[in-house]
Design a protein around this ligand. Sequence first.
Ligand SMILES: Nc1ncnc2c1ncn2[C@@H]1O[C@H](COP(=O)(O)OP(=O)(O)O)[C@@H](O)[C@H]1O
Ligand SMILES: CC(=O)N[C@@H](CCC(=O)OP(=O)(O)O)C(=O)O
Length: 283
Amino acid sequence: MQKKMQVVQTLLDTLPFIKKFAGQTIVIKYGGAAQTSPALKEKFAQDIVLMHLVGIRPVIVHGGGPKITQLLADLGIETAFVEGQRVTTKEAMRIVEMVLSGEVNKEIVSSLNDQGSKAIGISGKDAHFIQARAKDRSKWGYTGVIEEIHAEVVQNLMNEDFIPVIAPIAASKDPGEPGFNINADLAASKVAVALKASKVVFLTDTPGVLDSEGKLIGTLGTEKINLLKNEGVISGGMVPKVDACLEAINGGVQKAHIIDGRIEHSILLEIFTSEGIGTQIVH
Ligand SMILES: Nc1ncnc2c1ncn2[C@@H]1O[C@H](COP(=O)(O)OP(=O)(O)O)[C@@H](O)[C@H]1O
Ligand SMILES: CC(=O)N[C@@H](CCC(=O)OP(=O)(O)O)C(=O)O
């Protein structure tokens, strides 16, 4: 711990501007696509712990789509996506919750705790943190839309110095229901708004939003997003991501960025450099 504090002290001495971030809540959406090699996962955990040590209040909302798809395939359960969101049958819902709350959430928590932090994993079901309703039961099954977020659950954890790690599973208001599968991008934006975060950063497996020629778009606004969606340039998993960014900034979050989680320390580069990296979404 002492060694860690020395590193932090050096950092604070050499980069005093980091102090301006102290006290800010930053939501990091850790996409399944960015959760690749053990080395990258370890670097990610180190970055989050460093942010926490310098006084930032990081909150992680994670995905795990590829792992869900793999386990469903292994079990011979069919799965489909409509507009970038999984159609969740009752059978699939069991697997989604097992993978997100059981496997991925605990893996991230352990990885952060291995770096000396006090990370705590919850899903939206814990303490009624996230409540949802069906998006359209006949079309998407148990895929949900968030109705309420009880921000105090996570705020209390942060006040006690925990790093919250959130699996995007929501509770239903109707007793006996299995809960809802929430797209992790849309969960991250709602959580960022509810926590009055200054920033939400989406870590994924592309440098950011790419144009029709595959070139990175540095800044992107509502009009251009609609155009690119209509042209099919923004498709699949990128659709909920840009929608989530717009929802976040329209809800008062100052900045929303989509960055490449496959680059080592990308989250630090994004937060601590003036240029930033990836795509910034603006109004
Ligand atoms: N215009 C675009 N620019 C970049 N990626 C895009 C674009 N349109 C669709 N995509 C797809 O979106 C994917 C990222 O979304 P997704 O696979 O859901 O990641 P995550 O697990 O991080 O949420 C990219 O790997 C890419 O295949
Ligand atoms: C409704 C819906 O699409 N839920 C997602 C939840 C996980 C997720 O969003 O994971 P990524 O961030 O890795 O894509 C799913 O079932 O895949």
